[in-house]
Unconditional design. Structure first.
Ligand SMILES: N[C@@H](CCC(=O)N[C@@H](CS)C(=O)NCC(=O)O)C(=O)O
Length: 198
């Protein structure tokens, strides 16, 4: 597998996922400063010109949540995804999609001081609803799905962590405690040193 990566990008999350799985891969660092993400060669992999991207043989996966879900399913013996058809699997999907469909756009807009003029039509609604849902979905103890740590924690917990670091989110005590647990994971620590130093 080839992982297209830059340490100062969202590829830090997929790097963490690869590390949680101890998945053999080739790390290909893409330099934004020299526009390597916009070469014709890279655009063939991801027409968005964005990181991360994963190439597994003939399979191309882009988008943080999709890559993490793909990897969790590729290594079922590592137990980073609940069984297909289980009650937990439904919750798992909810964490993966809530992170990228709702938290990401809501926080990205808010970070620029913008609000969507029509929160009823905007899929992510408005900030009070997003924050209330984050609070509701954040586990009091352990992980998103209970005792089993999964890709849902990498994606949802990773995004909360990123949002706190970039001051997009002022965490409640429950969110702060969950992110503190996330930050203690060896695979997180092994993959976030450059990011933390920034
Ligand atoms: N929705 C994408 C977002 C990826 C993204 O925005 N990556 C940024 C770095 S954090 C990027 O590659 N930006 C370069 C560009 O847009 O030219 C995902 O989840 O993977």
């Amino acid at each position: 597998m080839k992982h297209y990566f830059n340490p100062m990008s969202r590829a830090i999350t997929t790097d963490w996922m690869l590390n949680e799985l101890d998945a053999p891969h080739e790390q290909i660092t893409i330099d934004f400063a020299s526009n390597e993400n916009n070469t014709a060669e890279f655009r063939k992999i991801n027409p968005m010109g964005k990181l991360p991207a994963l190439v597994d043989g003939d399979t191309v996966v882009t988008e943080v949540s999709a890559i993490c879900a793909y990897l969790a399913d590729k290594f079922p013996e590592k137990n980073l995804a609940p069984e297909v058809g289980s009650v937990e699997r439904a919750a798992y999907y909810r964490y993966l999609f809530f992170a990228c469909n709702t938290i990401e756009p809501a926080f990205a807009l808010a970070a620029c001081g913008l609000e969507h003029p029509d929160p009823v039509s905007a899929g992510w609604g408005d900030m009070p609803r997003v924050l209330a849902t984050i609070e509701d979905m954040t586990p009091e103890t352990d992980w998103a799905l209970g005792e089993q740590f999964t890709a849902a924690d990498v994606v949802f917990g990773g995004l909360l962590d990123f949002s706190i670091t970039f001051k997009w989110l002022e965490p409640s005590p429950k969110v702060a405690a969950y992110v503190a647990r996330i930050r203690q994971r060896p695979a997180y620590r092994a993959t976030h040193s450059a990011f933390d130093a920034a």
